[in-house]
Design a protein around this ligand. Structure first.
Ligand SMILES: O=C(O)CCC(=O)C(=O)O
Ligand SMILES: [Fe+2]
Length: 400
Protein backbone atom coordinates (compact mmCIF):
# COMPACT_ATOMS: atom_id res chain seq x y z
CA UNK A 1 0.00 0.00 0.00
CA UNK A 2 1.78 3.11 -1.17
CA UNK A 3 1.15 6.43 0.39
CA UNK A 4 1.55 9.81 -1.25
CA UNK A 5 5.10 10.84 -0.29
CA UNK A 6 3.98 14.44 -0.62
CA UNK A 7 2.16 13.97 2.66
CA UNK A 8 5.50 13.65 4.38
CA UNK A 9 5.84 17.33 3.78
CA UNK A 10 2.51 18.01 5.40
CA UNK A 11 4.24 19.02 8.61
CA UNK A 12 2.29 21.98 9.63
CA UNK A 13 4.50 24.44 11.40
CA UNK A 14 1.78 26.32 13.24
CA UNK A 15 1.38 25.26 16.87
CA UNK A 16 -1.65 23.11 17.66
CA UNK A 17 -4.49 24.75 19.58
CA UNK A 18 -6.62 21.67 20.19
CA UNK A 19 -6.08 17.93 20.39
CA UNK A 20 -7.11 15.94 17.31
CA UNK A 21 -9.96 13.44 17.70
CA UNK A 22 -9.52 10.22 15.75
CA UNK A 23 -12.49 8.01 15.06
CA UNK A 24 -11.08 4.48 14.89
CA UNK A 25 -14.17 3.24 13.04
CA UNK A 26 -12.88 5.12 9.97
CA UNK A 27 -9.88 2.76 9.90
CA UNK A 28 -11.98 -0.39 9.93
CA UNK A 29 -11.07 -2.86 7.13
CA UNK A 30 -14.73 -2.83 6.11
CA UNK A 31 -14.70 0.95 5.71
CA UNK A 32 -14.32 2.77 2.41
CA UNK A 33 -10.83 3.39 0.97
CA UNK A 34 -11.54 7.14 1.21
CA UNK A 35 -12.27 7.04 4.92
CA UNK A 36 -9.17 4.95 5.56
CA UNK A 37 -6.99 7.36 3.64
CA UNK A 38 -8.52 10.26 5.54
CA UNK A 39 -7.84 8.44 8.82
CA UNK A 40 -4.20 7.83 7.92
CA UNK A 41 -3.55 11.43 7.11
CA UNK A 42 -5.26 12.63 10.32
CA UNK A 43 -3.25 10.13 12.33
CA UNK A 44 -0.01 11.14 10.65
CA UNK A 45 -0.70 14.76 11.52
CA UNK A 46 -1.40 13.85 15.15
CA UNK A 47 1.79 11.78 15.33
CA UNK A 48 4.15 14.26 13.78
CA UNK A 49 2.68 17.62 14.77
CA UNK A 50 0.96 17.09 18.12
CA UNK A 51 2.04 13.89 19.93
CA UNK A 52 -1.40 13.69 21.61
CA UNK A 53 -4.79 12.62 20.32
CA UNK A 54 -8.17 11.33 21.42
CA UNK A 55 -9.49 8.04 20.10
CA UNK A 56 -13.21 7.33 19.86
CA UNK A 57 -15.08 4.21 18.67
CA UNK A 58 -12.11 2.25 20.00
CA UNK A 59 -13.99 -1.01 20.53
CA UNK A 60 -13.46 -1.33 24.31
CA UNK A 61 -16.85 -2.28 25.75
CA UNK A 62 -18.38 0.59 27.70
CA UNK A 63 -19.16 -1.68 30.70
CA UNK A 64 -15.49 -2.60 31.02
CA UNK A 65 -14.82 1.12 31.46
CA UNK A 66 -17.85 2.07 33.53
CA UNK A 67 -17.39 -0.83 35.99
CA UNK A 68 -13.85 0.34 36.67
CA UNK A 69 -14.75 4.03 36.89
CA UNK A 70 -17.55 3.17 39.32
CA UNK A 71 -15.31 1.32 41.75
CA UNK A 72 -12.40 3.82 41.89
CA UNK A 73 -13.79 5.92 44.78
CA UNK A 74 -14.12 2.70 46.84
CA UNK A 75 -10.47 1.91 46.26
CA UNK A 76 -9.33 5.27 47.59
CA UNK A 77 -11.82 5.04 50.46
CA UNK A 78 -9.85 2.13 51.95
CA UNK A 79 -8.56 2.96 55.45
CA UNK A 80 -5.28 4.85 55.19
CA UNK A 81 -3.57 2.11 57.22
CA UNK A 82 -4.61 -0.45 54.60
CA UNK A 83 -3.38 1.73 51.75
CA UNK A 84 -0.11 2.84 53.30
CA UNK A 85 0.82 -0.41 54.99
CA UNK A 86 -0.90 -3.52 53.57
CA UNK A 87 -0.73 -2.29 49.97
CA UNK A 88 2.35 -0.04 50.13
CA UNK A 89 4.73 0.13 47.19
CA UNK A 90 7.62 -0.76 49.50
CA UNK A 91 6.19 -4.23 50.23
CA UNK A 92 7.56 -5.75 47.01
CA UNK A 93 10.44 -5.15 44.56
CA UNK A 94 8.06 -4.66 41.61
CA UNK A 95 7.02 -1.01 42.17
CA UNK A 96 3.38 -2.09 42.32
CA UNK A 97 1.15 -0.78 45.07
CA UNK A 98 0.05 2.41 46.77
CA UNK A 99 1.86 5.78 46.97
CA UNK A 100 0.38 8.40 49.28
CA UNK A 101 -0.39 12.01 48.50
CA UNK A 102 2.75 14.12 48.25
CA UNK A 103 5.09 11.16 47.75
CA UNK A 104 6.08 12.29 44.25
CA UNK A 105 7.75 15.39 42.88
CA UNK A 106 7.73 16.40 39.22
CA UNK A 107 9.76 19.26 37.73
CA UNK A 108 10.98 20.16 41.22
CA UNK A 109 7.55 20.56 42.86
CA UNK A 110 5.39 18.29 44.94
CA UNK A 111 2.51 16.63 43.10
CA UNK A 112 -0.91 16.57 44.68
CA UNK A 113 -2.15 13.05 43.95
CA UNK A 114 -2.35 9.58 45.44
CA UNK A 115 -2.11 6.48 43.31
CA UNK A 116 -2.12 2.72 43.02
CA UNK A 117 0.16 1.11 40.52
CA UNK A 118 -0.83 -2.19 38.89
CA UNK A 119 0.54 -4.17 35.94
CA UNK A 120 -0.09 -7.22 33.84
CA UNK A 121 -0.21 -9.99 36.47
CA UNK A 122 3.05 -11.97 36.23
CA UNK A 123 4.82 -14.40 38.55
CA UNK A 124 7.93 -13.17 40.36
CA UNK A 125 11.12 -14.49 38.81
CA UNK A 126 12.04 -17.58 40.91
CA UNK A 127 15.75 -16.83 40.84
CA UNK A 128 15.14 -13.75 42.98
CA UNK A 129 13.21 -15.55 45.68
CA UNK A 130 16.14 -17.49 47.20
CA UNK A 131 17.96 -14.44 48.47
CA UNK A 132 20.28 -16.06 50.99
CA UNK A 133 21.17 -19.29 49.20
CA UNK A 134 24.67 -18.10 48.39
CA UNK A 135 26.16 -21.33 47.21
CA UNK A 136 23.37 -23.37 45.77
CA UNK A 137 22.52 -23.82 42.13
CA UNK A 138 19.57 -21.43 42.10
CA UNK A 139 21.75 -18.65 43.43
CA UNK A 140 24.29 -19.05 40.66
CA UNK A 141 21.39 -18.77 38.22
CA UNK A 142 20.46 -15.50 39.86
CA UNK A 143 23.50 -13.86 38.32
CA UNK A 144 22.35 -14.71 34.84
CA UNK A 145 19.11 -12.80 35.19
CA UNK A 146 19.45 -9.02 34.93
CA UNK A 147 18.31 -7.17 38.02
CA UNK A 148 15.68 -5.24 36.08
CA UNK A 149 13.76 -8.49 35.54
CA UNK A 150 12.75 -8.02 39.14
CA UNK A 151 10.43 -5.21 38.08
CA UNK A 152 8.11 -7.95 36.84
CA UNK A 153 5.94 -9.73 39.37
CA UNK A 154 2.50 -10.05 40.90
CA UNK A 155 0.22 -7.18 41.88
CA UNK A 156 -0.83 -6.32 45.41
CA UNK A 157 -4.59 -6.75 45.36
CA UNK A 158 -6.87 -5.33 48.03
CA UNK A 159 -8.68 -7.93 50.11
CA UNK A 160 -12.16 -8.05 48.55
CA UNK A 161 -13.50 -10.27 51.34
CA UNK A 162 -12.73 -7.55 53.89
CA UNK A 163 -13.97 -4.58 51.86
CA UNK A 164 -17.43 -5.19 50.45
CA UNK A 165 -17.34 -2.16 48.13
CA UNK A 166 -14.41 -3.69 46.27
CA UNK A 167 -16.10 -6.95 45.30
CA UNK A 168 -15.05 -7.83 41.76
CA UNK A 169 -12.21 -5.30 41.65
CA UNK A 170 -9.49 -7.73 40.57
CA UNK A 171 -11.65 -9.18 37.81
CA UNK A 172 -12.49 -5.70 36.54
CA UNK A 173 -8.85 -4.65 36.52
CA UNK A 174 -7.69 -7.79 34.75
CA UNK A 175 -10.39 -7.36 32.13
CA UNK A 176 -9.50 -3.72 31.64
CA UNK A 177 -5.79 -4.55 31.35
CA UNK A 178 -6.47 -7.24 28.76
CA UNK A 179 -8.68 -4.89 26.72
CA UNK A 180 -6.10 -2.10 26.82
CA UNK A 181 -3.33 -4.50 25.84
CA UNK A 182 -5.35 -5.54 22.79
CA UNK A 183 -6.36 -1.96 21.92
CA UNK A 184 -2.73 -0.88 22.21
CA UNK A 185 -1.66 -3.46 19.65
CA UNK A 186 -4.49 -2.59 17.26
CA UNK A 187 -3.55 1.04 17.53
CA UNK A 188 0.15 0.36 16.87
CA UNK A 189 -0.78 -1.27 13.59
CA UNK A 190 -2.54 1.91 12.51
CA UNK A 191 0.42 4.00 13.64
CA UNK A 192 2.80 1.83 11.61
CA UNK A 193 0.62 2.20 8.53
CA UNK A 194 0.40 5.95 8.97
CA UNK A 195 4.21 6.05 9.06
CA UNK A 196 4.54 3.90 5.89
CA UNK A 197 5.78 0.87 7.81
CA UNK A 198 4.63 -2.78 7.83
CA UNK A 199 1.81 -3.06 10.34
CA UNK A 200 3.61 -5.23 12.91
CA UNK A 201 6.80 -3.12 12.97
CA UNK A 202 6.34 -1.87 16.53
CA UNK A 203 5.36 -5.17 18.14
CA UNK A 204 9.00 -6.22 18.57
CA UNK A 205 9.52 -3.32 20.97
CA UNK A 206 6.80 -4.38 23.39
CA UNK A 207 7.12 -6.05 26.77
CA UNK A 208 4.83 -8.69 28.23
CA UNK A 209 4.32 -6.31 31.18
CA UNK A 210 2.17 -3.21 30.82
CA UNK A 211 1.63 -0.87 33.77
CA UNK A 212 -1.46 1.04 34.87
CA UNK A 213 -1.89 3.69 37.46
CA UNK A 214 -5.10 4.54 39.22
CA UNK A 215 -4.80 8.15 40.21
CA UNK A 216 -6.83 10.43 42.47
CA UNK A 217 -6.25 14.18 42.62
CA UNK A 218 -7.96 15.59 45.73
CA UNK A 219 -9.96 18.84 45.47
CA UNK A 220 -7.61 21.83 45.54
CA UNK A 221 -7.83 24.36 48.32
CA UNK A 222 -6.36 27.86 47.94
CA UNK A 223 -3.90 29.71 50.15
CA UNK A 224 -5.27 31.18 53.39
CA UNK A 225 -4.83 34.82 52.31
CA UNK A 226 -6.79 34.39 49.12
CA UNK A 227 -9.93 33.16 50.85
CA UNK A 228 -10.53 31.14 47.70
CA UNK A 229 -12.09 34.06 45.78
CA UNK A 230 -9.42 34.21 43.12
CA UNK A 231 -8.60 31.20 41.05
CA UNK A 232 -5.30 29.57 41.92
CA UNK A 233 -3.81 26.45 40.43
CA UNK A 234 -2.24 23.60 42.37
CA UNK A 235 0.11 21.12 40.69
CA UNK A 236 -1.64 17.78 40.28
CA UNK A 237 1.32 16.44 38.37
CA UNK A 238 4.05 18.75 37.08
CA UNK A 239 5.11 19.18 33.42
CA UNK A 240 6.63 15.96 32.07
CA UNK A 241 6.94 13.68 29.07
CA UNK A 242 5.90 10.08 29.62
CA UNK A 243 9.08 8.09 30.11
CA UNK A 244 7.95 4.72 31.34
CA UNK A 245 6.09 3.33 28.35
CA UNK A 246 5.92 3.05 24.59
CA UNK A 247 2.52 4.78 24.27
CA UNK A 248 0.11 5.95 26.98
CA UNK A 249 -3.65 5.31 26.83
CA UNK A 250 -5.31 7.53 29.39
CA UNK A 251 -8.82 7.21 30.72
CA UNK A 252 -10.03 10.49 32.20
CA UNK A 253 -12.30 8.88 34.77
CA UNK A 254 -14.28 11.94 35.89
CA UNK A 255 -17.27 13.77 34.40
CA UNK A 256 -16.64 16.33 31.62
CA UNK A 257 -16.88 19.38 33.89
CA UNK A 258 -13.80 18.23 35.83
CA UNK A 259 -10.80 19.84 34.15
CA UNK A 260 -7.11 19.40 34.70
CA UNK A 261 -5.06 17.85 31.89
CA UNK A 262 -3.12 20.27 29.68
CA UNK A 263 -0.61 19.79 26.86
CA UNK A 264 2.20 22.19 25.90
CA UNK A 265 2.41 23.39 22.30
CA UNK A 266 5.43 24.75 20.45
CA UNK A 267 4.65 28.36 21.38
CA UNK A 268 4.64 27.52 25.06
CA UNK A 269 0.84 27.67 25.48
CA UNK A 270 -0.94 25.13 27.65
CA UNK A 271 -3.82 23.59 25.69
CA UNK A 272 -6.70 22.01 27.65
CA UNK A 273 -7.55 18.35 27.09
CA UNK A 274 -11.16 18.25 28.29
CA UNK A 275 -12.89 14.98 29.10
CA UNK A 276 -14.68 13.55 26.07
CA UNK A 277 -16.96 10.76 27.15
CA UNK A 278 -16.28 7.44 25.48
CA UNK A 279 -12.74 8.43 24.47
CA UNK A 280 -9.19 7.66 25.50
CA UNK A 281 -6.43 10.24 25.37
CA UNK A 282 -3.42 8.72 23.69
CA UNK A 283 0.12 10.07 23.77
CA UNK A 284 3.63 9.16 22.75
CA UNK A 285 6.26 7.98 25.24
CA UNK A 286 9.93 8.87 25.05
CA UNK A 287 11.14 5.48 23.77
CA UNK A 288 8.86 5.83 20.74
CA UNK A 289 10.32 9.27 20.08
CA UNK A 290 13.81 7.73 20.12
CA UNK A 291 12.87 4.90 17.75
CA UNK A 292 11.17 7.28 15.29
CA UNK A 293 14.24 9.55 15.30
CA UNK A 294 12.24 12.39 16.81
CA UNK A 295 9.70 12.40 13.96
CA UNK A 296 6.98 11.50 16.49
CA UNK A 297 7.36 13.57 19.61
CA UNK A 298 6.65 12.77 23.26
CA UNK A 299 4.77 15.93 24.18
CA UNK A 300 4.98 17.67 27.56
CA UNK A 301 1.81 17.66 29.65
CA UNK A 302 0.65 18.34 33.21
CA UNK A 303 -2.40 18.31 35.46
CA UNK A 304 -3.48 21.49 37.23
CA UNK A 305 -6.20 21.68 39.85
CA UNK A 306 -8.24 24.84 40.17
CA UNK A 307 -9.05 26.15 43.63
CA UNK A 308 -12.39 27.39 42.27
CA UNK A 309 -13.33 24.01 40.85
CA UNK A 310 -12.73 22.20 44.17
CA UNK A 311 -13.46 18.80 42.75
CA UNK A 312 -11.59 15.54 42.98
CA UNK A 313 -10.38 14.06 39.71
CA UNK A 314 -9.67 10.44 38.79
CA UNK A 315 -7.60 9.13 35.92
CA UNK A 316 -6.23 5.79 34.77
CA UNK A 317 -3.14 5.95 32.55
CA UNK A 318 -2.17 2.65 30.89
CA UNK A 319 1.51 2.62 29.95
CA UNK A 320 2.22 0.16 27.16
CA UNK A 321 5.41 -1.63 28.26
CA UNK A 322 8.71 -1.48 26.40
CA UNK A 323 10.82 -4.67 26.17
CA UNK A 324 13.34 -4.43 29.01
CA UNK A 325 16.34 -5.78 27.06
CA UNK A 326 15.94 -3.19 24.29
CA UNK A 327 19.38 -1.60 23.91
CA UNK A 328 20.15 1.99 23.03
CA UNK A 329 21.74 1.02 19.73
CA UNK A 330 18.73 -1.12 18.75
CA UNK A 331 16.39 1.72 19.64
CA UNK A 332 18.35 4.22 17.58
CA UNK A 333 19.34 2.05 14.61
CA UNK A 334 16.34 -0.18 13.85
CA UNK A 335 14.32 2.42 11.92
CA UNK A 336 17.07 4.92 11.22
CA UNK A 337 17.06 4.35 7.47
CA UNK A 338 13.29 4.55 7.25
CA UNK A 339 13.09 7.88 9.00
CA UNK A 340 16.26 9.40 7.49
CA UNK A 341 14.39 11.22 4.72
CA UNK A 342 11.72 12.47 7.11
CA UNK A 343 14.37 13.83 9.42
CA UNK A 344 16.17 15.62 6.62
CA UNK A 345 13.01 17.25 5.33
CA UNK A 346 12.04 18.50 8.73
CA UNK A 347 15.50 19.51 9.76
CA UNK A 348 15.74 22.15 7.04
CA UNK A 349 16.71 25.17 9.02
CA UNK A 350 15.55 23.77 12.33
CA UNK A 351 16.67 21.34 15.01
CA UNK A 352 13.17 20.09 15.57
CA UNK A 353 14.02 16.44 15.22
CA UNK A 354 16.78 16.29 17.77
CA UNK A 355 15.95 13.79 20.45
CA UNK A 356 16.88 14.50 24.03
CA UNK A 357 16.07 11.44 26.09
CA UNK A 358 17.33 10.26 29.49
CA UNK A 359 17.64 6.77 27.96
CA UNK A 360 20.07 8.10 25.32
CA UNK A 361 21.94 10.34 27.72
CA UNK A 362 22.20 7.78 30.50
CA UNK A 363 24.99 5.36 31.35
CA UNK A 364 22.89 2.23 31.07
CA UNK A 365 22.67 0.30 27.90
CA UNK A 366 19.27 -1.32 28.29
CA UNK A 367 15.80 0.14 28.67
CA UNK A 368 15.24 -2.09 31.71
CA UNK A 369 18.22 -0.79 33.60
CA UNK A 370 17.43 2.81 32.78
CA UNK A 371 13.85 2.25 34.08
CA UNK A 372 15.11 0.58 37.23
CA UNK A 373 17.38 3.57 37.93
CA UNK A 374 14.47 6.01 37.46
CA UNK A 375 12.17 4.01 39.71
CA UNK A 376 14.73 3.62 42.49
CA UNK A 377 15.48 7.34 42.39
CA UNK A 378 11.81 8.26 42.71
CA UNK A 379 10.95 5.66 45.38
CA UNK A 380 14.06 5.46 47.52
CA UNK A 381 12.48 3.36 50.26
CA UNK A 382 11.79 0.60 47.71
CA UNK A 383 15.33 0.94 46.33
CA UNK A 384 17.01 0.69 49.73
CA UNK A 385 15.03 -2.33 50.75
CA UNK A 386 15.03 -4.39 47.57
CA UNK A 387 17.97 -3.18 45.51
CA UNK A 388 20.73 -2.50 48.06
CA UNK A 389 23.51 -3.51 45.62
CA UNK A 390 22.77 -0.74 43.13
CA UNK A 391 21.00 1.77 45.37
CA UNK A 392 23.98 4.08 46.04
CA UNK A 393 25.07 3.97 42.42
CA UNK A 394 21.66 4.94 41.03
CA UNK A 395 20.91 7.57 43.63
CA UNK A 396 24.32 9.15 43.00
CA UNK A 397 23.81 9.19 39.22
CA UNK A 398 22.02 12.42 38.35
CA UNK A 399 22.06 12.16 34.53
CA UNK A 400 20.81 15.71 34.19
O1 LIG B 1 -3.97 12.23 35.27
C1 LIG B 1 -3.82 12.56 34.11
O2 LIG B 1 -4.73 12.97 33.40
C2 LIG B 1 -2.44 12.48 33.47
C3 LIG B 1 -1.45 11.72 34.29
C4 LIG B 1 -0.11 11.66 33.67
O3 LIG B 1 0.23 12.41 32.81
C5 LIG B 1 0.85 10.62 34.11
O4 LIG B 1 0.63 9.99 35.16
O5 LIG B 1 1.86 10.42 33.41
FE1 LIG C 1 1.98 11.68 31.79
Amino acid sequence: MDFDPGLRRSHDNSPFTSIPILDLSLASPSGSPESRTQFRSQLRHALTDVGFLYITNHGVASTVISDLVGILPELFALPSETKSSDLALVNTPHFLGYSALGAETTAGNRDSREQFEFATELPANPSFTCASAADNEEASQEFQVPLYERLKGPNQWPDEAKHAGLAGFRTMMERYTAEMTALGKRFLKLVAEALDLPEETFFSFLSEQHRLKIVRYPPASGTQNNNNKEEEFIQGVGPHKDSSGWWTFLLQASPPHVKGLQVLNKSGQWIDVPVIEGSFVVNIGQAFEVVTQGVCKATTHRVVLSTLQKQERFSVPFFQGVRAHLTRSEAVDTLKMHFASWVKKDAEGSKENEVDSPFLRGKYDTWGESQLRTKIRSHRDVGKRWYPDVYEQYVGDDNK
